[in-house]
Design a protein around this ligand. Structure first.
Ligand code: KG4
Ligand code: ZN
Length: 405
C-alpha cells in the first residue's frame, strides 16, 4: 500500500445531500462536491424520504463526475471507492451504495463501506491532518461529540491497529439536537434547515430572556429489562450508559412550543408572514415562503422571538458543553472533537472552545463546510480501512440503523 497514491472517491447519500469527493491518503482533499436538496424539501419543512431518493438518483452521476473533474483525476487513477452504508434513510443510502458498487465493479476497484458517524469523526481528523497538526502515527484518543440532525452521540474514538475503534459513551434518548433546532425554527415560520437560521438570529436576542433548563436525564424505569422498542434503543441501548452522559431534547422543544402558544407567537408569525410575504399556507399557519435572507428574517422576527431563539440556543449549547466536558473529565480524555451539522454553529464553537481551554482540554472542529454532510469525510474514514484491506462484502447493503462501536 506504500507505493499507491491513496486516492479514494467517497460517496455520501444518507440524507438530503448528494455528495462526492476525492481525498488522497485521508489527508488531502482534492475535491468535495455537495449537491443540496434543500430547495426540494424546504416547502415541507423537513426531509421527505421518497423525494430524497429521487433527487439522489438525479444528482449522483453529475456530482461524482464533478468531483473527479475538480480533482483532475479519472476513475483509472483511483485506489478505492468508499460509500456510506448507514445509518440514514434506506432508499437514499441505496442510491449511493448501488452506484458505488457499479463503479467499483466496472473499474475493478475495492469498495469500502463507511459508517456515516465515523465519517463525521474523520471530518475532524481530516482537518487536523490537512493542517499537519498531527502526524498520522501519533494520533491519540479523543472524546467525539457527533451532533447533527439525526444524532447527538458521544464516542470515545481511539486509534487502533490501523483502523480506529469507537466506544459509545452517551447519546440522546429522544430527539437529536439538530432536530430540535429544525422543529423550533419551523414552529416560528423560519426556513429549513432551521439550525443556520437560529445561528444567524440568536445573536440579536437576549439569551437570558427565557429560562430553559436541562435536568439529568432519567432512564425510563418502567422500560428497564424490557425488549427495546425503538431502532435507537436496539442499536445503542442506554442501559449500560452513565445517565450523566445522556441527552434529551424533546423537553426543550415542547417548552418552546408551550411558550409560543402561551404568548400567541404562532398566530403573530402567520399574520406577519401574510403581511410580509403575501401568502399563507392553507393547512398550517406557516408562511409558504419563509424569509430568504438574514435581513428579511430580522424583519420577520420581533424582539420576543429573537429572545426566545437566543434563549433556546444558549440552553442547548450549554447542555452539550456541560455533558461533553463531564464525560471527557470522567474518561480522562485530553481532547475533544465536536462534529456534525450543529458543530457549524458559531455560539457552540465559541463557548465550547472557551470552556475547554478553561479546563485544559484540547478541542477541535471540522471546517464549517465539513461539519455538515459531505463525502470528503467518508473518503477520509476509508483510508485506514484501505490500508488494513477491510473491504465491503459483495452483499453490502443499506443499514438504516447501523451502529458505531
Ligand atoms: O450533519 P448534518 O448535515 O446531517 C445529519 O447527519 O443529520 O446535520 C444537519 C443538521 C440540521 O438539523 C441543521 O439544522 C443543523 O445540522 N445545522 C445547524 C447549523 N448548520 C446546520 N445547527 C445549528 N447551527 C448551525 N449553524
Ligand atoms: Zn450527518
Amino acid at each position: 500500500m506504500v507505493g499507491i497514491r491513496g486516492l479514494i472517491l467517497g460517496i455520501e447519500t444518507s440524507c438530503d445531500e448528494t455528495a462526492a469527493a476525492v481525498v488522497e491518503r485521508g489527508e488531502r482533499t482534492l475535491s468535495s462536491v455537495v449537491a443540496s436538496q434543500i430547495s426540494t424539501h424546504v416547502r415541507y419543512g423537513g426531509v421527505v424520504p421518497e423525494l430524497a431518493s429521487r433527487e439522489h438518483l438525479r444528482a449522483i452521476v453529475p456530482v461524482v463526475r464533478a468531483a473527479l473533474e475538480q480533482a483532475q483525476v479519472t476513475l483509472g487513477d483511483l485506489d478505492a471507492i468508499a460509500v456510506t452504508s448507514g445509518p440514514g434513510l434506506a432508499g437514499a443510502l441505496l442510491v449511493g451504495i448501488t452506484y458505488a458498487k457499479a463503479l467499483a465493479f466496472a473499474n475493478s476497484l475495492p469498495l469500502i463501506g463507511v459508517n456515516h458517524l465515523e465519517g463525521h469523526i474523520h471530518a475532524v481528523l481530516l482537518r487536523e491532518r490537512e493542517q499537519r497538526r498531527t502526524e498520522p502515527a501519533g494520533e491519540e484518543a479523543a472524546l467525539a461529540l457527533v451532533v447533527s440532525g439525526g444524532h447527538t452521540h458521544l464516542y470515545l474514538a481511539e486509534p487502533g491497529e490501523g483502523t480506529w475503534r469507537y466506544r459509545l459513551i452517551g447519546r440522546t434518548v429522544d430527539d437529536a439536537a439538530g432536530e430540535a433546532y429544525d422543529k423550533v425554527a419551523k414552529l416560528l415560520g423560519l426556513g429549513y434547515p432551521g439550525g443556520p437560521w437560529i445561528d444567524a438570529l440568536a445573536a440579536f436576542g437576549d439569551p437570558q430572556a427565557v429560562p430553559f433548563s436541562f435536568a439529568q436525564v432519567k432512564r425510563k424505569a418502567h422500560l428497564t429489562g424490557k425488549t427495546p422498542r425503538t431502532k435507537a434503543q436496539k442499536t445503542a441501548p442506554t442501559a449500560k450508559l452513565n445517565p450523566r452522559f445522556l441527552f434529551s431534547f424533546s423537553g426543550i422543544k415542547t417548552a418552546v412550543l408551550r411558550y409560543v402558544e402561551l404568548h400567541g407567537m404562532r398566530a403573530e408569525a402567520a399574520a406577519r408572514a401574510k403581511r410580509l410575504f403575501g401568502r399563507e399556507r392553507a393547512e398550517r399557519q406557516a408562511p409558504v415562503r419563509p424569509p430568504q435572507t438574514r435581513d428579511e428574517a430580522l424583519a420577520f422576527c420581533p424582539q420576543p422571538t429573537l429572545d426566545l431563539l437566543a434563549s433556546f440556543q444558549s440552553a442547548v449549547v450549554g447542555d452539550l458543553i456541560k455533558k461533553t466536558l463531564a464525560a471527557a473529565e470522567s474518561l480522562g480524555a485530553a481532547r475533544i472533537f465536536v462534529t456534525g451539522g450543529v458543530a457549524a454553529n458559531r455560539e457552540l464553537r465559541t463557548r465550547f472552545t472557551a470552556e475547554a481551554e478553561r479546563r485544559g482540554v484540547r478541542i477541535a472542529f471540522p471546517t464549517p463546510a465539513l461539519s455538515t454532510d459531505n463525502a470528503a469525510m467518508i473518503a477520509a474514514a476509508a483510508w485506514p480501512r484501505l490500508l488494513a484491506r477491510e473491504f465491503a462484502p459483495a452483499a453490502l447493503t443499506a443499514d438504516p440503523s447501523l451502529a458505531l462501536g
